[in-house]
Design a protein around this ligand. Structure first.
Ligand SMILES: C[S@@+](CC[C@H](N)C(=O)[O-])C[C@H]1O[C@@H](n2cnc3c(N)ncnc32)[C@H](O)[C@@H]1O
Length: 250
């Protein structure tokens, strides 16, 4: 499940040094037992430490880095849509990899890509990314804005680390997230170029096969990923769908 803080607490954590034990005690004071457990886990987590060291806004950056190191989806010059982008760690990775800020080594020859991030929440600004804060990925108004922001209205890659606020009812949360992922197939039809890729997070459960089947009907390759940075005890998984085939309208 998503971290209970969702994103903004996670982001504010990046800004503070929590390493001394006195600081830890202060942080734990007044927190509920669940919050204390979460905070203590965060402080022990090597990916949280690495995200501080590398200035990523959240540990989730390492999930995308791992996926992209293996599958090389984010090439310089690519256009990327990051769905559920707040606080912006995946967008940070995408900006670096597609060179949308023009800072990659060998910049003189490397093409500049585009990164557009969308979230219901506010996404703090980031060089090289255009953010649609307070926007719903499933809303057609958002789709219209995306078409205007993307070069030729086309994306090479759609990323989704979207997650609804967890209700605590596993089946219900699973269903909600699957519905959100299914909506990405409609978005793909509008903006994903043929041959493009989609990475989407889901929580495992009985409807995962339905999503996989839908993805397989429009992508030539669909596989399930569980990056090392994804906590072992979470139901979180990712589908990587590649080689998009735009449906022919009849
Ligand atoms: C786990 S966080 C994403 C973290 C992000 N990948 C990062 O690396 O910083 C999930 C995000 O999905 C967003 N979200 C959930 N439903 C959404 C929707 N319908 N439209 C846009 N964003 C949504 C939430 O607001 C939340 O910020």
């Amino acid at each position: 499940m998503a971290c209970p803080s969702q994103t903004m607490w996670c982001f504010s954590l990046q800004r503070r040094s929590l390493h001394s034990s006195s600081c830890l005690m202060k942080k734990l004071k007044g927190k509920t037992p669940a919050e204390q457990r979460w905070l203590q886990r965060q402080l022990k987590d090597p990916y949280v430490k690495a995200s501080h060291a590398q200035n990523f806004r959240c540990r989730s950056a390492f999930k995308l880095l791992e996926i992209d190191d293996k599958f090389r989806l984010l090439q310089p010059g690519c256009s990327v849509v990051d769905c559920g982008a707040a606080p912006g760690a995946w967008s940070q990775v995408a900006v670096q990899r597609v060179n949308s800020a023009g800072t990659a080594e060998g910049d003189a020859v490397l093409p500049h890509g585009t990164v557009v991030g969308i979230d219901l929440l506010n996404i703090p600004p980031l060089d090289g990314a255009h953010f649609l804060s307070s926007h719903d990925v499933t809303d057609p108004v958002t789709h219209t804005k995306l078409l205007e922001l993307l070069p030729n209205g086309q994306a090479h890659v759609i990323l989704s680390d979207m997650a609804p606020n967890a209700s605590g009812f596993r089946e219900m949360d699973h269903e909600k997230l699957i519905t959100m992922c299914l909506s990405l197939i409609d978005l793909a039809e509008k903006i994903l170029q043929p041959g493009g890729s989609l990475v989407c997070k889901y929580w495992d459960g009985i409807l995962a096969h339905k999503l996989q089947k839908k993805l397989s009907s429009v992508f030539s390759s669909v596989q399930t990923l569980k990056p090392n940075a994804s906590r072992k005890d979470s139901a979180e998984r990712y589908f990587l769908a590649r080689m998009y085939r735009k449906p022919v309208k009849g």
